[in-house]
Ligand binder design. Structure first.
Ligand SMILES: Nc1nc2c(ncn2[C@@H]2O[C@H](COP(=O)(O)OP(=O)(O)O)[C@@H](O)[C@H]2O)c(=O)[nH]1
Ligand SMILES: Nc1ncnc2c1ncn2[C@@H]1O[C@H](COP(=O)(O)OP(=O)(O)O)[C@@H](O)[C@H]1O
Length: 300
């Protein structure tokens, strides 16, 4: 066998390159620490099709500890919670880790700076969640109302992309796989509903408040993932009025109505898990109360 010599190593050049790379990383960290650049921006630069080298080779730990007021102990704990090894570099993260880290960093950087808020509106079936949300959609265009994806077929008058994204079961599976949902659930034992993550992240990081109208399981899930979200429970003026609304809507047969009323009892029992309760006596008043909750006082 002829001997194959390894290619000559230019040690001096290699060490010059290493020094330059270290300097570039230090520059990124300094920009984040002095708030000249946001950590989200660094992540996005690292994860483009042609990643910026310094950003991608930065360790996650280094990036987190550059964020003002985030110390090494907290950073280590956050990485543990997100399932990211302490030695990981930003460019070496898997898709799910990327989504989770970005979400954390967005929320962290928004703290005390951006006056935006995520509000979750939930409540028992037929209390008027859809009606109040529709009123907000029509009368408060500045509010971003999240549009869910669902496997249920559209009802007459419902518009794809406005009321829901109507998708097939296969498409819904693909969205779950791709980590595209902030939460999803099977509702009323029937169809699947999910909250798409990206529009919410974009809105919150640009300082816009977002309203989610989802079921109780969804509200609990969002609260677990984003404890800073404000949970609002919509209540009927009385139990009798709730029954009247459910029957009056006429969209369910009597067996389904009875089943939903049973569920409604369990849902009403969960109202104390919520931060705020709004009674839906009059649609426009309830809508105004919800919209008011979306505005975060400047002192927060
Ligand atoms: N978890 C979850 N629930 C949702 C989502 N979108 C809508 N829902 C809930 O799904 C339920 C059914 O909604 P819909 O099909 O419009 O019929 P409704 O029961 O007549 O209002 C309502 O309780 C909604 O709050 C979502 O993205 N996630
Ligand atoms: N404040 C209100 N006063 C009277 N009827 C209402 C009010 N809010 C909603 N409704 C009616 O109650 C029924 C259930 O409302 P809906 O928005 O479909 O409930 P949900 O989305 O919570 O299941 C609908 O027929 C709606 O028109």
């Amino acid at each position: 066998m002829p001997r194959v010599d390894p290619p000559p190593v230019d040690r001096a050049a290699a060490s010059r390159a290493a020094i330059a790379a270290r300097r570039a990383r230090a520059e990124v960290k300094r920009a984040v620490a002095t708030r000249q650049r946001s950590a989200v921006d660094v992540l996005d630069a690292a994860w483009t099709a042609e990643p910026a080298l310094a950003e991608a080779s930065l360790r996650v730990r280094e990036l987190l500890t550059s964020i003002p007021t985030l110390g090494p102990t907290r950073a280590a704990r956050v990485m543990e919670q997100l399932g990211i090894a302490q030695s990981k570099r930003v460019g070496g993260l898997g898709p799910r880790q990327r989504v989770k880290l970005r979400e954390y960093v967005v929320a962290r950087e928004a703290r005390g700076k951006v006056q935006s808020r995520l509000v979750v509106l939930a409540g028992p079936t037929a209390v008027g969640k859809g009606t109040v949300s529709q009123y907000i959609r029509q009368n408060y265009p500045e509010v971003l109302l999240s549009v869910s994806a669902t496997t249920r077929p559209p009802r007459p008058g419902e518009v794809h992309g406005e009321h829901y994204f109507f998708v097939s079961d296969e498409e819904f599976d693909r969205m779950i796989e791709g980590g595209e949902f902030l939460e999803w659930a099977v509702v009323h034992n029937a169809f699947r509903y999910g909250t798409p993550r990206p529009p919410i992240q974009e809105a919150l990081s640009s300082g816009k408040s977002v309203l989610l109208e989802i079921d109780l399981q969804g509200a609990r899930n969002v609260s677990r993932q984003m404890p800073e979200a404000l949970l609002v429970f919509l209540l009927p003026p009385t139990w009798e009025e709730l029954v009247r609304r459910l029957i009056g809507r006429g969209t369910e047969d009597s067996i389904e109505q009875a089943r939903r009323l049973e569920t409604a009892k369990a849902e009403l029992a969960a109202q104390d898990e919520f931060d705020v309760k709004v009674v839906n006596t009059d649609v426009s008043t309830a809508a105004a109360e919800v919209v008011e909750l979306l505005a975060v006082p400047a002192s927060r």
